[in-house]
Design a protein around this ligand. Structure first.
Ligand code: ADP
Ligand code: MG
Length: 341
């Protein structure tokens, strides 16, 4: 794979304090990890079959990577991207994830757009050969983008002749969901998997207390706060994850599909908390592009996710549903977003 490895995970597990005895306190601990999907994946599992479960997760994530990778010429996504406008039949699973991502495009007003890939590639974010594209080539590429141009009939997909897609904004979250299923099937009752910036958990810690998940401070190598959660996915999209600098300006890897430039609305980090990794992954990228106001509207209209946004003004915005579970350890000011304005 030609893509660069991300150096630091956006979220870190902090396992301090054991608290009082809980129902799973005597479970065997397994910790391990492996590299897949361009990132380090680590697991902390309590149960008899942690090692076997972890090996099954690795196999499953490698299977998904082989299907979804945009840089693997043999992936189903490459099959679609090389079709030059011809109808392409893919597996039901790939079609389903594409369908999910297209729906996320709908709910985000086009801010999550899997067809933005040719633009992402032009900036060099998939190869590491970074450059600021000239405006003409960007507007040329933007003629072929737009998720609404994707035709999906059952498992057959048709794109414009120069259209290409990338599931990079949702694949890790989806892979996390599949991993959680595998872990549960292996009897893991307490566990945490970290896929780069994505954290997904089963239950709480063995003593019954919630997991402590630190959220990375976009302004430093440190964290700005700690989330206490059980049975949740927590996904962060940040401007610090993959970027380059040219003439003193920072260009990061989350692109605003409306103009082809890195999203520039004041949000520097967007964390989404919910039941499923795929939804949280889609929404963390979407919210990052949407900006605070539109994101608040989306949050009010749905009720299936919570979020923590950090802006370049060093302000934290947190939705009221997760406020009680978050401890702000930074000196940034925190404002609560309420359902009723
Ligand atoms: P990461 O994979 O770094 O954790 P995200 O989940 O936010 O971060 O996804 C970012 C990736 O998605 C980019 O690397 C790029 O491949 C792709 N991408 C960038 N902008 C968009 C967008 N507006 N819609 C969909 N995908 C995008
Ligand atoms: Mg994402």
């Amino acid at each position: 794979m030609g893509r660069i490895m991300k150096s630091a995970a956006a979220l870190l597990l902090i396992a301090f304090g054991t608290g009082c005895a809980g129902e799973n306190i005597n479970q065997k601990l397994y910790t391990g990890g492996f590299i897949a999907m361009d990132t380090y994946i680590s697991l902390t599992l309590y149960g008899e079959s942690g090692e076997k479960a972890s090996a099954e997760c690795k196999k499953e994530i490698e299977r998904l990577e082989a299907m979804f990778s945009v840089t693997d010429e043999n992936s189903e996504i490459s099959l679609i991207n090389n079709a030059q406008g011809a109808k392409t039949t893919v597996s039901a699973e790939t079609a389903e994830l594409i369908d999910f991502a297209l729906k996320a495009g709908d709910i985000s007003g086009g801010c999550l757009d899997i067809t933005v890939y040719p633009v992402v590639r032009e900036w060099g974010f998939t190869t590491g050969e970074y450059k600021v594209p000239d405006p003409d080539s960007l507007s040329e590429l933007l003629k072929n983008t737009g998720y609404e141009k994707v035709i999906l009939e059952n498992n057959a997909l048709t794109l414009p002749p120069d259209g290409k897609i990338d599931l990079g904004a949702v694949a890790k979250g989806y892979a996390g969901d599949k991993a959680i299923e595998i872990l549960k099937n292996n009897g893991i009752v307490s566990g945490l998997i970290s896929l780069g910036g994505n954290i997904q958990t089963i239950g709480g810690k063995p003593d019954g207390t919630p997991w402590n998940v630190a959220v990375r401070d976009p302004f430093s190598e440190d964290n700005f706060g700690i989330l206490k959660i059980k049975d949740r996915a927590i996904v962060t999209s940040g401007n610090y994850e993959r970027f380059f600098e040219e003439n003193g300006k920072i260009y990061h890897h989350i692109i605003d599909p409306s103009d082809g430039y890195p999203a520039d609305n004041g949000i520097v980090s967007a964390t989404v908390i919910g039941d499923k990794g795929a939804l949280c992954d889609a929404l963390s990228t979407a919210v990052f592009v949407m900006g605070t106001e539109k994101s608040e509207e989306l949050w009010r209209s749905r009720g299936d996710f919570e979020m923590i946004l950090v802006t370049d003004e060093k302000e934290i915005f947190i939705t009221e549903g997760i406020y009680d579970s978050f401890e702000n350890t930074s000196d940034m000011e925190m404002k609560v977003i309420y359902k009723k304005q």
